[in-house]
Design a protein around this ligand. Structure first.
Ligand code: B12
Ligand code: SF4
Ligand code: SF4
Length: 252
């Protein structure tokens, strides 16, 4: 499909702004291309539903901007207990960056929907060329490995789409599958009933799992702890890049 000079310029602006606003990766998918993927079942702790189509979030949606933010520190995998429910500070960060992008598009006259949650972000990221679908069932970026978190914006702006990511970066590696303490991974698939993240608190703290759970999801303060990231830690892709952020130098 041919794109007008205005669409090409707008896409370039969206991409350079994404980096300026705080993201580390950005890609574009046509709404039509995502809708062409058959719906799938989403099994989450809090809901079990079928994925939706873009039209259920916006009339005449044209494009999806998928945005990746690197997670190079344990801080980004923190969960906070807030008045009986759980919140994820890294999500606050990603949404803050994404709102900057929405403001830019809204001021240019386009409509936007932040985080249409029942559209597959992993599928968007693969279709937008951000990375491959790994054996850990996560998107693996060629430089950052699985250490990115995804945010998305649906818009009626016509943008130039990226080419899908076709290569399989995993090849014959299976480190994540072997490392999962719950046996939740088979290549390219996670069993949400076995993964710690998909379990209820009661299941995690049962006599059967408590010890392993506390080892892989250690507490930080009275109300915060880390999500399990064992299947990401063993991944050779992006490990070096993660280690380049060294933090504060030692005193003296
Ligand atoms: C539900 C959910 C879970 C469930 C798992 C359900 C599942 N089967 O994926 C639970 C609670 C267990 C979970 C755990 C985690 N999650 Co989660 N989760 C989600 C959520 C909300 C929906 C995912 C979903 O729809 N799953 C259902 C499956 C069937 O859908 P899907 O995998 O997207 O569907 C497509 C692919 O499976 C594809 N496909 C299937 N096989 C293959 C094979 C190949 C080769 C290809 C190309 C494609 C392909 O086809 C499907 C249709 O298009 C997304 C956010 C979102 N709204 O998308 C985050 C999300 C996927 N989670 C994420 C993360 C980081 C995690 C955790 C690491 C926890 C954490 N620290 O946040 C763990 C990792 C567990 C693991 N190894 O997968 C990130 C992934 C980032 C990345 N790099 O990919 C997301 C995108 C959240 C975010 N905003 O960044 N999660
Ligand atoms: S997050 Fe932990 S429990 Fe879940 S699949 Fe990865 S290693 Fe297994
Ligand atoms: S650990 Fe190996 S198999 Fe798993 S996602 Fe990384 S490269 Fe792929």
């Amino acid at each position: 499909m041919d794109h007008s000079p205005e669409e090409i310029t707008l896409t370039e602006q969206v991409k350079s702004n994404a980096i300026r606003y705080g993201f580390d990766a950005v890609g574009v998918v046509r709404a039509e291309a995502l809708d062409a993927v058959p719906s799938h079942y989403i099994a989450h702790r809090d809901y079990r539903v079928w994925s939706k189509k873009t039209g259920e979030y916006m009339d005449n949606a044209r494009s999806i901007i998928i945005l990746g933010a690197r997670v190079w520190d344990n801080l980004f995998d923190v969960v906070v207990k807030v008045r009986g429910h759980h919140e994820y500070p890294d999500e606050w960060r990603g949404r803050l960056y994404a709102r900057r992008m929405m403001r830019f598009l809204n001021q240019a006259g386009y409509r936007t929907v932040l985080e249409p949650d029942l559209l597959s972000k992993k599928r968007m990221a693969q279709l937008a060329g951000i990375g491959c679908f790994g054996k850990n069932a996560l998107i693996v970026h060629p430089t950052y490995g699985p250490w990115i978190r995804l945010r998305s914006i649906l818009t009626d702006a016509e943008l130039v789409p990226d080419a899908p990511f076709e290569a399989d970066l995993c090849r014959d590696c299976e480190e994540c599958v072997k490392a999962c303490p719950m046996g939740a991974l088979t290549p390219y698939k996670v069993d949400p009933d076995k993964c710690f993240l998909g379990m209820t608190w009661e299941q995690r703290m049962s006599d059967e799992h408590r010890g392993t759970y506390l080892e892989h999801c250690p507490s930080l303060t009275e109300n915060t702890w880390l999500m399990c990231s064992t299947c990401q830690r063993v991944c050779p892709i992006g490990r070096e890049e993660r280690n380049t952020r060294t933090g504060r130098p030692p005193a003296g």
